[in-house]
Design a protein around this ligand. Structure first.
Ligand SMILES: Nc1ncnc2c1ncn2[C@@H]1O[C@H](COP(=O)(O)OP(=O)(O)OP(=O)(O)O)[C@@H](O)[C@H]1O
Ligand SMILES: [Mg+2]
Length: 294
């Protein structure tokens, strides 16, 4: 068997902060520390928080920063083992059975033949476990799955091994860096949480959001950036159906640059609010409460 030299994921929280920011992801100290620990302790990292605060992007950034490949399991209602772990390629197995008929092969031989790697369709969880190259496994929106899938995840994430009855047990040569994300649309089980490190990601403070926006839209002028971040902050304080996310701040910045708007006055906000707020009632409320209209 090939020896794999295990390079640690990160050498310190500062190392996380520096390397992630070099790939365009700006962390706060809590995020950097938790991500460092997830790597050092080889524990899955559960990231919970509202939409658009950078949960999914964190996993992608870890992959970019460490040169690991990203394997993604997108969760949804009705996701099952066959889609998450592996399934047998029935069609191909049938063809092989048909092809072997008429030949002098016993069922035992055919059986041994069709339950081999060649007929296995590996899905993200098994793929991540079998890889011997550094891998970031992103289990995205885990709160969208049914509870049974959580049981499956528990098994996989406790031992990093999968048992395929016909083939035997596959154990991870190198544990993947696992990131689970959740919008907290339902409570995850205590058992799953226990196996993970937990990070609550929230909207960034104004300073960090300004940095994020400017790193993605460097053409934005300093004054507008300041005003944009302040306005987004005020919008988030209102009780809206859908508060603006970081992605929407960035879109807004791009819009303002495209329209060559140099100051975010009432008119500019009125003209472009659709980029940030996507519900008519939210827009009305924002306009009213921010007293944008005279
Ligand atoms: N810390 C950050 N540094 C740089 N960009 C960020 C950061 N956080 C978020 N972003 C930007 O915000 C976008 C949205 O982030 P992401 O898709 O990760 O959100 P999410 O939390 O997974 O949301 P959802 O719950 O809707 O899936 C990213 O594509 C990225 O451009
Ligand atoms: Mg996401």
């Amino acid at each position: 068997m090939r020896e794999t030299v295990e390079v640690p994921w990160f050498s310190s929280p500062d190392d996380v902060a520096a390397r992630l920011s070099a790939t365009g992801y700006l962390t706060d100290p809590a995020t950097a520390t938790t991500a460092y620990l997830a790597g050092a302790l080889e524990k899955p990292l559960l990231v919970e928080g509202p939409a658009g605060v950078g949960k999914t992007e964190l996993a992608k950034a870890v992959a970019r920063a460490t040169g690991a490949d990203l394997v993604r399991l997108q969760c949804y209602e009705g996701l099952d083992e066959a889609r998450a772990l592996y399934e047998w390629n029935y069609k191909k197995q049938l063809l092989r059975i048909q092809a072997s008929q008429g030949h002098d092969t016993s069922w035992a031989e055919t059986h041994d033949d069709i339950f081999t790697d060649e007929f296995l369709l590996t899905r993200p969880l098994l793929t991540a476990i079998r890889r011997d190259e550094p891998t970031v496994l992103l289990i995205d929106e885990v709160d969208k799955t049914d509870v049974e899938v959580e049981g499956l995840l528990l098994e996989v994430l406790s031992d990093f091994q999968v048992t395929i009855p016909e083939l035997g047990t596959v154990t991870a040569v190198r544990r993947p860096f696992v990131v689970l994300t959740s919008n907290a649309s339902r409570e995850l089980s205590e058992a799953l949480k226990r196996r993970c490190l937990y990070l609550h990601l929230d909207y960034p403070d104004a300073e960090r959001e300004r940095e994020i926006v400017l790193s993605q839209v460097p053409e934005l002028e300093a004054l507008v950036a300041e005003q944009l971040v302040a306005t987004v902050g005020r919008l988030r304080d209102l009780e809206l159906k859908k508060a603006p996310s970081i992605a929407e701040s960035v879109d807004w910045a791009r819009t303002l640059v495209a329209l060559e708007i140099r100051e975010l006055d009432d008119k500019a906000v009125d003209d472009t609010l659709g980029v940030v707020l996507k519900h008519a009632s939210d827009q009305e409320r924002a306009v009213r409460e921010l007293r944008l209209r005279k």
